[in-house]
Design a protein around this ligand. Sequence first.
Ligand code: HEC
Length: 144
Amino acid sequence: MRYAKLCVLAVCTSFGHAEADHELDDRDLAIGEHLYLQHCATCHGKNLEGQPNWRQPGQDGALPAPPHDVNGHTWHHDNQLLFDYTNLGGQAALSAKGVTGFASGMPGFRGALSDSEIWNILAFIRSTWPQEIKDVQSARNPQH
Ligand code: HEC
């Protein structure tokens, strides 16, 4: 928390680009929820519960959609990875990191959703987590 305050005052406002954990701050959670229900809930669940047996690959070798609630692993990842995964889709986001040969069922939303719409959705997802999970996820982001 102390970092966040210092950063807002000293660094982020002057340079305007996000290097720390600010991408999810001050987002529109109501819009995020609305967009989540529209674009993500069919696979990730209306209550962020994911698909049944989400740890078990299907016949095509691809994993089902995991939950975005605390039972899943969304909170294990930093903001940028979550953004890239949503923007580019699983396959492209992973191959950009050098991971190939992984069949991902996660489609990319670039073109369908703007950057700020994606951040609103991710902020909505984060807003459903208890504080200690939020803190763990925050700590995964690079700090100044
Ligand atoms: C057609 C079904 C489908 C839709 C629609 C969909 N996803 Fe996914 N998503 C998946 C699947 C399947 C995976 C797991 C496979 C993988 O990890 O590549 C996944 C994985 C993810 C992951 C990485 C795993 C994690 O929890 O960290 C994120 C982040 C994600 N989805 C976000 C979203 C968001 C945000 C939306 C809505 C804008 C969305 N997804 C819509 C199927 C979908």
